[in-house]
Design a protein around this ligand. Sequence first.
Ligand SMILES: Cc1cc2nc3c(=O)[nH]c(=O)nc-3n(C[C@H](O)[C@H](O)[C@H](O)COP(=O)(O)OP(=O)(O)OC[C@H]3O[C@@H](n4cnc5c(N)ncnc54)[C@H](O)[C@@H]3O)c2cc1C
Length: 493
Amino acid sequence: MNRQRMLQQLTATSEWDICIIGGGATGLGTALDAASRGYKTLLLEQHDFAKGTSSRSTKLVHGGVRYLQQGNIKLVLEALRERGLLLKNAPHLAHNQQFVVPNYKWWEKPFYGIGLKIYDKMAGRLGLGPSRLLSKEEILELAPTLDPEDLRGGVLYHDGQFDDARLAISIAQTAATHGAALLNYFPVKALLKMQQKVYGVWAIDTLSGKEYEIRSKVVINATGVFTDQIMKMDDPAHERMISPSQGIHIVVDEEFLPGKTAIMIPRTDDGRVLFAVPWHNKIVLGTTDTPVDTIHEEPVPLQEEIDFIIRHIGRYLSRDPQKKDIKSMFAGLRPLVKGNQKTTAALSRDHLISVSETGLISITGGKWTTYRKMAEDVVNIAISKSGLPEKKCITYDMMLYGHDKPLPAFSIEGMSDETLNNCIKMAVTEEMCMTVEDFLSRRTRQLLLDARVAKEAARKTAEYMAVHLQQPDEWINEQVSIFNTLANQYLPI
Ligand SMILES: Cc1cc2nc3c(=O)[nH]c(=O)nc-3n(C[C@H](O)[C@H](O)[C@H](O)COP(=O)(O)OP(=O)(O)OC[C@H]3O[C@@H](n4cnc5c(N)ncnc54)[C@H](O)[C@@H]3O)c2cc1C
Protein backbone atom coordinates (compact mmCIF):
# COMPACT_ATOMS: atom_id res chain seq x y z
CA MET A 1 0.00 0.00 0.00
CA ASN A 2 1.93 2.95 -1.32
CA ARG A 3 0.47 6.45 -1.71
CA GLN A 4 2.32 7.24 -4.92
CA ARG A 5 1.00 4.10 -6.58
CA MET A 6 -2.51 4.89 -5.34
CA LEU A 7 -2.30 8.36 -6.93
CA GLN A 8 -1.20 6.81 -10.22
CA GLN A 9 -4.18 4.43 -10.06
CA LEU A 10 -6.46 7.41 -9.41
CA THR A 11 -5.30 9.34 -12.46
CA ALA A 12 -5.33 6.24 -14.68
CA THR A 13 -9.01 5.48 -13.95
CA SER A 14 -11.62 7.52 -15.82
CA GLU A 15 -14.63 6.19 -13.92
CA TRP A 16 -14.94 4.11 -10.76
CA ASP A 17 -17.74 1.66 -10.00
CA ILE A 18 -17.86 2.55 -6.31
CA CYS A 19 -16.34 5.57 -4.56
CA ILE A 20 -16.42 5.49 -0.76
CA ILE A 21 -16.08 8.61 1.37
CA GLY A 22 -14.55 7.87 4.78
CA GLY A 23 -11.72 5.56 5.83
CA GLY A 24 -12.96 4.21 9.17
CA ALA A 25 -14.15 0.66 9.87
CA THR A 26 -17.30 1.08 7.75
CA GLY A 27 -15.64 2.67 4.71
CA LEU A 28 -12.62 0.35 4.72
CA GLY A 29 -14.83 -2.72 5.13
CA THR A 30 -16.95 -1.48 2.22
CA ALA A 31 -13.85 -0.94 0.06
CA LEU A 32 -12.71 -4.49 0.78
CA ASP A 33 -16.13 -5.97 0.07
CA ALA A 34 -16.53 -4.02 -3.20
CA ALA A 35 -12.98 -4.59 -4.50
CA SER A 36 -13.03 -8.30 -3.69
CA ARG A 37 -16.28 -8.68 -5.66
CA GLY A 38 -14.39 -7.23 -8.61
CA TYR A 39 -15.74 -3.66 -8.71
CA LYS A 40 -13.41 -0.74 -9.49
CA THR A 41 -13.22 0.74 -6.01
CA LEU A 42 -11.85 4.00 -4.64
CA LEU A 43 -11.82 5.14 -1.00
CA LEU A 44 -11.07 8.71 0.09
CA GLU A 45 -10.27 9.62 3.70
CA GLN A 46 -9.94 13.24 4.76
CA HIS A 47 -7.32 12.58 7.43
CA ASP A 48 -5.58 9.29 8.15
CA PHE A 49 -7.30 5.87 8.01
CA ALA A 50 -9.15 5.27 11.31
CA LYS A 51 -8.37 8.78 12.59
CA GLY A 52 -12.03 9.07 13.66
CA THR A 53 -14.05 6.82 15.96
CA SER A 54 -12.44 3.68 14.55
CA SER A 55 -9.16 4.10 16.48
CA ARG A 56 -10.91 5.12 19.72
CA SER A 57 -13.06 2.10 20.58
CA THR A 58 -12.96 -0.07 23.72
CA LYS A 59 -11.18 -2.65 21.48
CA LEU A 60 -13.81 -5.35 22.05
CA VAL A 61 -15.11 -7.76 19.47
CA HIS A 62 -18.40 -8.48 21.15
CA GLY A 63 -21.94 -9.65 20.69
CA GLY A 64 -23.11 -6.99 23.12
CA VAL A 65 -24.17 -8.42 26.48
CA ARG A 66 -25.94 -5.08 26.96
CA TYR A 67 -28.18 -5.64 23.91
CA LEU A 68 -29.09 -9.03 25.36
CA GLN A 69 -30.26 -7.29 28.53
CA GLN A 70 -32.40 -5.08 26.27
CA GLY A 71 -33.83 -8.18 24.53
CA ASN A 72 -32.40 -7.32 21.11
CA ILE A 73 -31.83 -10.95 20.12
CA LYS A 74 -31.39 -10.44 16.37
CA LEU A 75 -28.66 -7.87 16.90
CA VAL A 76 -26.79 -10.06 19.37
CA LEU A 77 -26.99 -13.10 17.06
CA GLU A 78 -25.56 -11.13 14.16
CA ALA A 79 -22.78 -9.59 16.26
CA LEU A 80 -21.85 -12.96 17.79
CA ARG A 81 -21.53 -14.48 14.33
CA GLU A 82 -19.38 -11.56 13.15
CA ARG A 83 -17.30 -11.81 16.34
CA GLY A 84 -16.50 -15.43 15.50
CA LEU A 85 -15.65 -14.59 11.88
CA LEU A 86 -13.39 -11.69 12.83
CA LEU A 87 -11.39 -13.83 15.25
CA LYS A 88 -10.94 -16.43 12.50
CA ASN A 89 -10.15 -13.99 9.69
CA ALA A 90 -7.78 -11.72 11.65
CA PRO A 91 -6.07 -14.00 14.20
CA HIS A 92 -3.05 -11.64 14.23
CA LEU A 93 -5.12 -8.72 15.54
CA ALA A 94 -8.10 -10.21 17.37
CA HIS A 95 -8.18 -12.87 20.10
CA ASN A 96 -10.36 -14.60 22.65
CA GLN A 97 -10.56 -12.49 25.83
CA GLN A 98 -11.65 -13.85 29.20
CA PHE A 99 -13.89 -11.57 31.31
CA VAL A 100 -15.18 -11.78 34.85
CA VAL A 101 -18.33 -10.13 36.16
CA PRO A 102 -17.83 -9.59 39.91
CA ASN A 103 -20.93 -10.14 42.07
CA TYR A 104 -21.53 -8.14 45.22
CA LYS A 105 -25.28 -8.79 45.62
CA TRP A 106 -26.93 -12.18 46.15
CA TRP A 107 -29.04 -12.09 42.98
CA GLU A 108 -26.21 -11.13 40.60
CA LYS A 109 -24.65 -14.57 40.27
CA PRO A 110 -27.80 -16.43 39.11
CA PHE A 111 -28.93 -13.42 37.04
CA TYR A 112 -25.67 -12.89 35.10
CA GLY A 113 -24.89 -16.62 35.15
CA ILE A 114 -28.12 -17.44 33.26
CA GLY A 115 -27.78 -14.43 30.94
CA LEU A 116 -24.24 -15.38 29.96
CA LYS A 117 -25.22 -19.03 29.40
CA ILE A 118 -27.81 -17.76 26.89
CA TYR A 119 -25.07 -15.59 25.32
CA ASP A 120 -22.87 -18.74 24.97
CA LYS A 121 -25.69 -20.72 23.36
CA MET A 122 -26.45 -17.93 20.92
CA ALA A 123 -22.86 -17.97 19.64
CA GLY A 124 -23.38 -21.60 18.56
CA ARG A 125 -20.39 -23.18 16.84
CA LEU A 126 -18.63 -19.80 16.71
CA GLY A 127 -18.59 -19.66 20.54
CA LEU A 128 -15.33 -18.77 22.28
CA GLY A 129 -15.70 -20.96 25.37
CA PRO A 130 -18.32 -21.69 28.03
CA SER A 131 -19.17 -19.24 30.78
CA ARG A 132 -19.14 -20.52 34.36
CA LEU A 133 -19.86 -19.42 37.91
CA LEU A 134 -16.89 -18.53 40.12
CA SER A 135 -16.46 -18.66 43.88
CA LYS A 136 -14.94 -15.67 45.66
CA GLU A 137 -11.55 -17.43 45.77
CA GLU A 138 -11.66 -18.31 42.08
CA ILE A 139 -12.52 -14.79 40.94
CA LEU A 140 -9.79 -13.29 43.12
CA GLU A 141 -7.29 -15.70 41.61
CA LEU A 142 -8.18 -14.42 38.13
CA ALA A 143 -8.51 -10.75 39.11
CA PRO A 144 -6.45 -10.35 42.29
CA THR A 145 -6.92 -6.57 42.52
CA LEU A 146 -10.74 -6.78 42.76
CA ASP A 147 -12.01 -5.28 46.01
CA PRO A 148 -12.66 -8.38 48.18
CA GLU A 149 -15.02 -6.64 50.60
CA ASP A 150 -18.59 -7.99 50.19
CA LEU A 151 -17.47 -9.89 47.07
CA ARG A 152 -19.63 -13.04 46.71
CA GLY A 153 -18.02 -14.54 43.62
CA GLY A 154 -18.66 -13.90 39.95
CA VAL A 155 -19.23 -15.18 36.44
CA LEU A 156 -16.56 -15.89 33.85
CA TYR A 157 -17.34 -15.49 30.13
CA HIS A 158 -15.58 -14.93 26.81
CA ASP A 159 -15.68 -12.22 24.17
CA GLY A 160 -13.07 -10.95 21.70
CA GLN A 161 -10.47 -8.21 21.87
CA PHE A 162 -8.61 -6.53 19.03
CA ASP A 163 -6.46 -3.63 17.90
CA ASP A 164 -8.81 -1.28 16.08
CA ALA A 165 -6.44 1.01 14.14
CA ARG A 166 -4.17 -1.89 13.16
CA LEU A 167 -7.21 -3.83 11.95
CA ALA A 168 -8.19 -0.79 9.86
CA ILE A 169 -4.75 -0.84 8.19
CA SER A 170 -4.99 -4.60 7.66
CA ILE A 171 -8.41 -4.22 5.98
CA ALA A 172 -7.04 -1.39 3.81
CA GLN A 173 -4.08 -3.57 2.77
CA THR A 174 -6.39 -6.49 1.97
CA ALA A 175 -8.60 -4.19 -0.11
CA ALA A 176 -5.51 -2.88 -1.94
CA THR A 177 -4.46 -6.47 -2.68
CA HIS A 178 -7.85 -6.87 -4.36
CA GLY A 179 -7.22 -3.81 -6.52
CA ALA A 180 -8.88 -1.01 -4.52
CA ALA A 181 -7.29 2.45 -4.51
CA LEU A 182 -7.30 4.03 -1.06
CA LEU A 183 -6.08 7.54 -0.30
CA ASN A 184 -5.64 9.24 3.05
CA TYR A 185 -5.38 13.04 3.42
CA PHE A 186 -7.95 13.34 0.63
CA PRO A 187 -11.14 15.13 1.81
CA VAL A 188 -14.24 15.16 -0.36
CA LYS A 189 -15.33 18.80 -0.67
CA ALA A 190 -18.38 18.45 -2.91
CA LEU A 191 -20.48 15.95 -4.81
CA LEU A 192 -20.62 16.09 -8.61
CA LYS A 193 -24.20 16.17 -9.84
CA MET A 194 -25.96 16.17 -13.19
CA GLN A 195 -29.73 16.13 -13.72
CA GLN A 196 -30.26 15.61 -9.99
CA LYS A 197 -28.04 12.51 -9.91
CA VAL A 198 -24.71 12.15 -8.12
CA TYR A 199 -22.00 11.04 -10.58
CA GLY A 200 -18.86 11.56 -8.54
CA VAL A 201 -16.97 13.72 -6.07
CA TRP A 202 -14.69 16.71 -6.01
CA ALA A 203 -11.77 16.09 -3.66
CA ILE A 204 -8.40 17.57 -2.71
CA ASP A 205 -5.10 15.89 -2.02
CA THR A 206 -4.13 17.97 1.02
CA LEU A 207 -0.51 16.80 0.83
CA SER A 208 -0.01 18.28 -2.66
CA GLY A 209 -2.90 20.77 -2.79
CA LYS A 210 -4.04 19.25 -6.11
CA GLU A 211 -7.78 19.07 -6.81
CA TYR A 212 -9.52 16.15 -8.51
CA GLU A 213 -12.89 15.63 -10.18
CA ILE A 214 -13.60 11.95 -9.76
CA ARG A 215 -16.39 10.11 -11.58
CA SER A 216 -18.06 7.09 -10.04
CA LYS A 217 -21.21 5.06 -10.78
CA VAL A 218 -21.98 4.91 -7.06
CA VAL A 219 -20.92 7.16 -4.17
CA ILE A 220 -21.13 5.75 -0.64
CA ASN A 221 -21.01 8.06 2.36
CA ALA A 222 -19.34 6.21 5.26
CA THR A 223 -18.25 9.19 7.31
CA GLY A 224 -19.50 8.26 10.79
CA VAL A 225 -20.32 11.36 12.82
CA PHE A 226 -19.68 13.47 9.69
CA THR A 227 -22.52 11.75 7.77
CA ASP A 228 -24.76 14.84 7.89
CA GLN A 229 -22.05 17.03 6.32
CA ILE A 230 -21.93 14.85 3.20
CA MET A 231 -25.74 14.57 3.14
CA LYS A 232 -25.89 18.37 3.23
CA MET A 233 -23.59 18.51 0.19
CA ASP A 234 -26.22 16.34 -1.50
CA ASP A 235 -29.25 18.25 -0.23
CA PRO A 236 -28.69 21.66 1.40
CA ALA A 237 -32.09 21.26 3.11
CA HIS A 238 -31.01 17.99 4.75
CA GLU A 239 -31.95 17.92 8.42
CA ARG A 240 -29.40 16.70 10.90
CA MET A 241 -29.90 13.02 11.78
CA ILE A 242 -26.77 12.24 13.83
CA SER A 243 -26.65 12.98 17.56
CA PRO A 244 -23.03 12.39 18.56
CA SER A 245 -22.31 10.83 21.93
CA GLN A 246 -18.81 10.90 23.38
CA GLY A 247 -17.12 7.94 25.07
CA ILE A 248 -13.74 8.21 26.74
CA HIS A 249 -11.14 5.71 27.94
CA ILE A 250 -8.36 6.00 30.47
CA VAL A 251 -5.20 3.90 30.18
CA VAL A 252 -3.27 2.85 33.31
CA ASP A 253 -0.43 0.46 34.12
CA GLU A 254 -1.14 -3.27 34.28
CA GLU A 255 -0.42 -3.35 38.01
CA PHE A 256 -4.04 -2.17 38.44
CA LEU A 257 -5.26 -5.45 36.92
CA PRO A 258 -2.40 -7.94 36.58
CA GLY A 259 -2.99 -11.06 34.52
CA LYS A 260 -4.95 -11.67 31.36
CA THR A 261 -8.51 -11.40 32.67
CA ALA A 262 -10.72 -8.39 31.99
CA ILE A 263 -13.45 -7.07 34.28
CA MET A 264 -16.95 -6.18 33.12
CA ILE A 265 -19.26 -4.21 35.40
CA PRO A 266 -22.69 -4.67 33.74
CA ARG A 267 -24.39 -1.89 35.63
CA THR A 268 -22.82 0.89 37.62
CA ASP A 269 -25.15 2.59 40.09
CA ASP A 270 -26.14 5.08 37.38
CA GLY A 271 -26.87 2.30 34.89
CA ARG A 272 -23.75 2.19 32.71
CA VAL A 273 -21.46 -0.65 31.57
CA LEU A 274 -17.84 -0.30 32.65
CA PHE A 275 -14.83 -2.28 31.44
CA ALA A 276 -11.26 -2.75 32.64
CA VAL A 277 -9.46 -4.60 29.87
CA PRO A 278 -5.81 -5.63 29.49
CA TRP A 279 -4.47 -4.26 26.19
CA HIS A 280 -0.85 -4.39 25.00
CA ASN A 281 0.47 -4.64 28.60
CA LYS A 282 -1.66 -1.76 29.84
CA ILE A 283 -5.24 -1.56 31.16
CA VAL A 284 -7.98 0.30 29.30
CA LEU A 285 -10.78 1.66 31.52
CA GLY A 286 -14.01 2.91 30.03
CA THR A 287 -16.29 4.15 28.83
CA THR A 288 -18.73 7.05 29.11
CA ASP A 289 -21.77 8.17 27.14
CA THR A 290 -21.96 11.96 26.96
CA PRO A 291 -24.16 13.71 24.36
CA VAL A 292 -22.19 16.45 22.59
CA ASP A 293 -23.28 19.27 20.27
CA THR A 294 -20.18 19.85 18.22
CA ILE A 295 -18.17 17.34 16.24
CA HIS A 296 -14.40 17.63 16.59
CA GLU A 297 -11.85 15.58 14.65
CA GLU A 298 -9.95 15.29 17.93
CA PRO A 299 -12.53 15.13 20.73
CA VAL A 300 -11.20 15.83 24.23
CA PRO A 301 -12.21 13.95 27.42
CA LEU A 302 -14.27 16.12 29.76
CA GLN A 303 -13.21 16.47 33.37
CA GLU A 304 -16.50 14.96 34.54
CA GLU A 305 -15.93 11.91 32.33
CA ILE A 306 -12.43 11.37 33.75
CA ASP A 307 -13.80 11.73 37.29
CA PHE A 308 -16.64 9.30 36.51
CA ILE A 309 -14.30 6.52 35.35
CA ILE A 310 -11.79 6.99 38.15
CA ARG A 311 -14.52 7.12 40.80
CA HIS A 312 -16.47 4.11 39.54
CA ILE A 313 -13.59 1.78 38.73
CA GLY A 314 -12.14 2.66 42.13
CA ARG A 315 -15.20 1.07 43.74
CA TYR A 316 -14.30 -2.31 42.27
CA LEU A 317 -10.51 -2.28 42.64
CA SER A 318 -8.57 -2.62 45.88
CA ARG A 319 -6.33 0.28 44.83
CA ASP A 320 -8.06 3.31 43.31
CA PRO A 321 -6.36 4.79 40.24
CA GLN A 322 -5.51 8.48 40.66
CA LYS A 323 -5.06 11.20 38.08
CA LYS A 324 -1.28 10.80 38.27
CA ASP A 325 -1.65 7.13 37.22
CA ILE A 326 -3.16 8.07 33.85
CA LYS A 327 -0.75 7.10 31.05
CA SER A 328 -3.07 8.27 28.32
CA MET A 329 -6.74 8.96 27.66
CA PHE A 330 -8.72 9.14 24.46
CA ALA A 331 -12.20 10.11 23.37
CA GLY A 332 -14.37 8.92 20.49
CA LEU A 333 -17.75 9.94 19.09
CA ARG A 334 -20.63 7.50 18.52
CA PRO A 335 -22.75 8.44 15.50
CA LEU A 336 -26.17 7.81 17.07
CA VAL A 337 -28.95 8.09 14.52
CA LYS A 338 -31.96 10.28 15.34
CA GLY A 339 -33.80 9.31 12.17
CA ASN A 340 -35.06 11.49 9.37
CA GLN A 341 -38.26 11.12 7.34
CA LYS A 342 -36.59 12.35 4.14
CA THR A 343 -34.30 9.34 3.88
CA THR A 344 -35.33 5.83 2.90
CA ALA A 345 -34.31 3.35 5.53
CA ALA A 346 -33.42 0.48 3.25
CA LEU A 347 -32.18 -1.62 6.09
CA SER A 348 -32.13 -1.01 9.77
CA ARG A 349 -30.31 -3.25 12.18
CA ASP A 350 -27.84 -1.67 14.48
CA HIS A 351 -26.79 0.26 11.39
CA LEU A 352 -28.82 2.36 9.02
CA ILE A 353 -28.45 2.58 5.24
CA SER A 354 -30.23 5.34 3.36
CA VAL A 355 -30.44 6.15 -0.33
CA SER A 356 -31.19 9.74 -1.31
CA GLU A 357 -33.18 10.81 -4.38
CA THR A 358 -29.91 11.69 -6.12
CA GLY A 359 -28.53 8.20 -5.52
CA LEU A 360 -26.11 9.02 -2.68
CA ILE A 361 -25.91 6.00 -0.35
CA SER A 362 -25.16 6.69 3.31
CA ILE A 363 -24.33 4.09 5.94
CA THR A 364 -23.98 4.85 9.61
CA GLY A 365 -24.21 3.34 13.09
CA GLY A 366 -23.28 -0.27 13.81
CA LYS A 367 -20.08 -1.20 15.54
CA TRP A 368 -16.54 -2.34 14.69
CA THR A 369 -17.51 -5.96 15.37
CA THR A 370 -20.10 -5.92 12.58
CA TYR A 371 -18.09 -3.94 10.00
CA ARG A 372 -17.97 -6.90 7.56
CA LYS A 373 -21.74 -7.44 7.55
CA MET A 374 -22.39 -3.70 7.27
CA ALA A 375 -20.10 -3.62 4.22
CA GLU A 376 -21.86 -6.60 2.65
CA ASP A 377 -25.27 -4.95 3.19
CA VAL A 378 -24.28 -1.57 1.74
CA VAL A 379 -22.58 -3.04 -1.33
CA ASN A 380 -25.69 -5.18 -1.97
CA ILE A 381 -27.78 -2.01 -1.86
CA ALA A 382 -25.32 -0.19 -4.11
CA ILE A 383 -25.63 -2.98 -6.69
CA SER A 384 -29.42 -3.00 -6.58
CA LYS A 385 -29.72 0.81 -6.86
CA SER A 386 -27.07 1.39 -9.54
CA GLY A 387 -27.44 -1.43 -12.00
CA LEU A 388 -23.87 -2.64 -11.46
CA PRO A 389 -23.57 -6.29 -12.54
CA GLU A 390 -24.42 -8.53 -9.61
CA LYS A 391 -21.49 -10.27 -7.90
CA LYS A 392 -21.54 -12.19 -4.63
CA CYS A 393 -19.85 -11.10 -1.40
CA ILE A 394 -16.74 -13.19 -0.66
CA THR A 395 -15.47 -11.74 2.64
CA TYR A 396 -17.14 -14.32 4.94
CA ASP A 397 -14.01 -16.42 5.35
CA MET A 398 -11.41 -14.09 3.83
CA MET A 399 -8.17 -14.00 5.80
CA LEU A 400 -7.00 -10.44 6.33
CA TYR A 401 -3.61 -9.05 5.35
CA GLY A 402 -0.81 -9.75 7.81
CA HIS A 403 -2.24 -12.95 9.32
CA ASP A 404 0.79 -14.87 8.01
CA LYS A 405 3.39 -12.18 8.79
CA PRO A 406 5.23 -11.14 11.98
CA LEU A 407 3.08 -9.03 14.31
CA PRO A 408 3.35 -5.25 13.93
CA ALA A 409 4.90 -3.26 16.80
CA PHE A 410 2.15 -1.85 19.00
CA SER A 411 4.49 -0.04 21.40
CA ILE A 412 7.88 1.54 20.73
CA GLU A 413 8.86 1.67 24.40
CA GLY A 414 12.38 0.30 24.84
CA MET A 415 12.88 -0.14 21.07
CA SER A 416 16.40 0.26 19.66
CA ASP A 417 16.96 3.09 17.16
CA GLU A 418 17.55 0.57 14.41
CA THR A 419 14.26 -1.26 15.07
CA LEU A 420 12.39 2.03 15.32
CA ASN A 421 13.80 3.15 12.00
CA ASN A 422 12.83 -0.17 10.37
CA CYS A 423 9.28 0.09 11.73
CA ILE A 424 8.99 3.65 10.44
CA LYS A 425 10.34 2.66 7.03
CA MET A 426 7.78 -0.11 6.71
CA ALA A 427 4.93 2.14 7.91
CA VAL A 428 5.89 4.83 5.37
CA THR A 429 6.50 2.59 2.39
CA GLU A 430 3.79 -0.05 2.93
CA GLU A 431 1.14 1.49 5.18
CA MET A 432 0.79 5.05 3.88
CA CYS A 433 2.00 6.54 7.16
CA MET A 434 2.41 10.26 6.41
CA THR A 435 2.79 12.06 9.76
CA VAL A 436 4.31 11.56 13.19
CA GLU A 437 0.79 11.24 14.56
CA ASP A 438 -0.03 8.46 12.07
CA PHE A 439 2.98 6.50 13.29
CA LEU A 440 2.68 7.06 17.03
CA SER A 441 -1.11 6.86 17.25
CA ARG A 442 -2.32 4.38 14.61
CA ARG A 443 0.60 2.39 13.01
CA THR A 444 1.89 1.81 16.53
CA ARG A 445 -0.42 2.61 19.50
CA GLN A 446 2.13 4.48 21.58
CA LEU A 447 0.06 7.66 22.00
CA LEU A 448 -2.84 5.67 23.45
CA LEU A 449 -0.63 3.43 25.58
CA ASP A 450 1.57 6.12 27.10
CA ALA A 451 1.36 9.67 25.79
CA ARG A 452 4.50 10.80 27.65
CA VAL A 453 6.62 8.11 26.01
CA ALA A 454 5.07 9.08 22.66
CA LYS A 455 6.02 12.74 23.19
CA GLU A 456 9.59 11.80 24.02
CA ALA A 457 9.82 9.77 20.81
CA ALA A 458 8.29 12.46 18.55
CA ARG A 459 11.54 14.12 17.40
CA LYS A 460 13.36 10.91 16.61
CA THR A 461 10.27 9.60 14.80
CA ALA A 462 10.05 12.81 12.75
CA GLU A 463 13.75 12.65 11.86
CA TYR A 464 13.54 9.07 10.61
CA MET A 465 10.28 9.75 8.79
CA ALA A 466 11.76 12.80 7.08
CA VAL A 467 14.43 10.59 5.50
CA HIS A 468 11.92 8.06 4.16
CA LEU A 469 9.44 10.73 3.02
CA GLN A 470 12.20 13.06 1.73
CA GLN A 471 11.01 15.98 3.80
CA PRO A 472 13.10 19.03 4.81
CA ASP A 473 14.16 20.07 8.34
CA GLU A 474 11.24 22.51 8.67
CA TRP A 475 8.88 19.54 8.30
CA ILE A 476 10.55 17.84 11.27
CA ASN A 477 10.06 20.87 13.53
CA GLU A 478 6.49 21.38 12.37
CA GLN A 479 5.59 17.71 12.93
CA VAL A 480 7.10 17.66 16.43
CA SER A 481 5.23 20.80 17.40
CA ILE A 482 1.89 19.54 16.02
CA PHE A 483 2.32 16.16 17.69
CA ASN A 484 3.27 17.54 21.09
CA THR A 485 0.24 19.83 21.13
CA LEU A 486 -1.96 16.84 20.30
CA ALA A 487 -0.29 14.51 22.83
CA ASN A 488 -0.95 17.04 25.62
CA GLN A 489 -4.69 16.40 25.08
CA TYR A 490 -4.08 12.72 25.87
CA LEU A 491 -2.75 13.61 29.32
CA PRO A 492 -4.62 15.06 32.29
CA ILE A 493 -3.91 18.71 33.08
C1 LIG B 1 -16.25 5.18 22.91
C2 LIG B 1 -16.56 4.13 21.89
C3 LIG B 1 -16.26 2.81 22.14
C4 LIG B 1 -16.54 1.83 21.20
N1 LIG B 1 -16.18 0.55 21.46
C5 LIG B 1 -16.45 -0.41 20.57
C6 LIG B 1 -16.02 -1.75 20.80
O1 LIG B 1 -15.38 -2.05 21.80
N2 LIG B 1 -16.35 -2.68 19.88
C7 LIG B 1 -17.05 -2.40 18.75
O2 LIG B 1 -17.34 -3.30 17.98
N3 LIG B 1 -17.43 -1.12 18.48
C8 LIG B 1 -17.14 -0.13 19.35
N4 LIG B 1 -17.49 1.16 19.08
C9 LIG B 1 -18.15 1.48 17.82
C10 LIG B 1 -17.15 1.59 16.66
O3 LIG B 1 -15.95 2.19 17.09
C11 LIG B 1 -17.77 2.41 15.55
O4 LIG B 1 -19.01 1.83 15.22
C12 LIG B 1 -16.93 2.44 14.29
O5 LIG B 1 -15.60 2.75 14.58
C13 LIG B 1 -17.51 3.47 13.34
O6 LIG B 1 -16.75 3.47 12.17
P1 LIG B 1 -17.11 4.43 10.97
O7 LIG B 1 -16.22 4.05 9.83
O8 LIG B 1 -18.56 4.39 10.70
O9 LIG B 1 -16.79 5.90 11.49
P2 LIG B 1 -15.38 6.62 11.66
O10 LIG B 1 -14.37 5.72 12.23
O11 LIG B 1 -15.62 7.89 12.37
O12 LIG B 1 -14.93 6.92 10.18
C14 LIG B 1 -15.47 7.95 9.39
C15 LIG B 1 -14.33 8.56 8.61
O13 LIG B 1 -14.85 9.46 7.64
C16 LIG B 1 -13.87 10.47 7.44
N5 LIG B 1 -14.49 11.62 6.76
C17 LIG B 1 -15.41 12.47 7.27
N6 LIG B 1 -15.73 13.42 6.35
C18 LIG B 1 -14.98 13.16 5.25
C19 LIG B 1 -14.84 13.80 3.96
N7 LIG B 1 -15.54 14.91 3.65
N8 LIG B 1 -13.99 13.27 3.06
C20 LIG B 1 -13.26 12.14 3.36
N9 LIG B 1 -13.35 11.52 4.56
C21 LIG B 1 -14.20 12.01 5.50
C22 LIG B 1 -13.42 10.77 8.86
O14 LIG B 1 -12.18 11.43 8.90
C23 LIG B 1 -13.38 9.37 9.50
O15 LIG B 1 -12.09 8.78 9.45
C24 LIG B 1 -17.18 2.18 19.99
C25 LIG B 1 -17.48 3.52 19.73
C26 LIG B 1 -17.16 4.50 20.66
C27 LIG B 1 -17.45 5.92 20.38
